[in-house]
Write a protein that binds this ligand. Sequence first.
Ligand code: PMP
Length: 366
Amino acid sequence: MPGSPNQIIRPEILALSAYHVPPASGMVKLDAMENPYSLPPELRDEIAQLVADAPINRYPDASAASLKASLRQALAIPDGMDIMLGNGSDEIIQIIALAFARPGAVLMSVEPAFVMFRMTAVFAGMKYAGVPLNADFSLDMDAMFAAIARHQPAVIFIAYPNNPTGNLFDSEAISRIIEAAPGVVVVDEAYHVFADASFMGKLAQYPNLLLMRTLSKLGLAGLRLGLLAGRPEWLIQLEKLRLPYNIGVVTQLIAEKVLQHHDVLMQQAAAIKAERAIMGERLEALNGIEVFPTDANFILFRVAREGDGNEANRVFLGLKERGILIKNLDGYHPLLKNCLRVTVGKPDENTKFLMALQASLNKSNN
Ligand code: PMP
């Protein structure tokens, strides 16, 4: 008799729940930090032609040399640093964890943070240590130093700005963490275009720093393209784990074409930032809501004081009934009690969200 999945599959995998992506058909989709804008029609036509002529009967360029050259330029990767591409930055997190998973090795991050850091540690068989943030979502430096000393983490992931809180941590504090870390620190700059702050300029200074970016939040989430920048001595090793054809022909062609029009993406990011400020003010003006500062393309807010029952769930369902999908973070971490996260959409989407939120709040106040 062959063994059942329960006997064969690793217990830590059996214990996991899969990353949940809710259905969004027909909804105003403000749950996943996507750029709501499409590309200009002329550029879309050029892409259509590129796709029509794409040699999809052939494997892609395994080294994606041409795309990498465009990325180096568009993202101003410093000379002397290598880059590695991933099928989304998710894949890069996984490659790092696979490479660093010596027996007993620890992957460290903060809590709350991007959930894939913890999940990927489990996938790769690493131990995970999550250090709680302060109540205002700043880094608890005493706790960070204590955890570094205790766990001697092989790798620390810090998202800058952080997801799901949206704030930028103090850059000096991150530098001190990099200096104290016995292993690598990966600064994940997924939301960089909305933040005007970066550790790219620190790569030369710190031999144990790696920097991750993605094109997802910039407007190309559907293409799946992330990148890691860092010293060749690290990237040569990580490249060994990258599956040879992880970036498809069509992704390479389209990403390169869109990068020739990087200014379009930057204008869209500027529009999102302007809309973020308006949306923040309008949220602040609602009664009974606490809005947290953000440097990303989303806003975290709390709908009731701690201990006030599950108000977030009521509001989340009220929004859903009205056709608006955001993210309910209640239950993810004690610091996120009654917290919801909304992505900044187009002005009309944001207005619909705010009206539906007002209606949902009124309903649950009754
Ligand atoms: N890092 C952070 C902080 C994120 O929030 C996300 C996506 N939500 C990712 C990485 C992964 O992005 P992608 O795989 O689309 O590049």
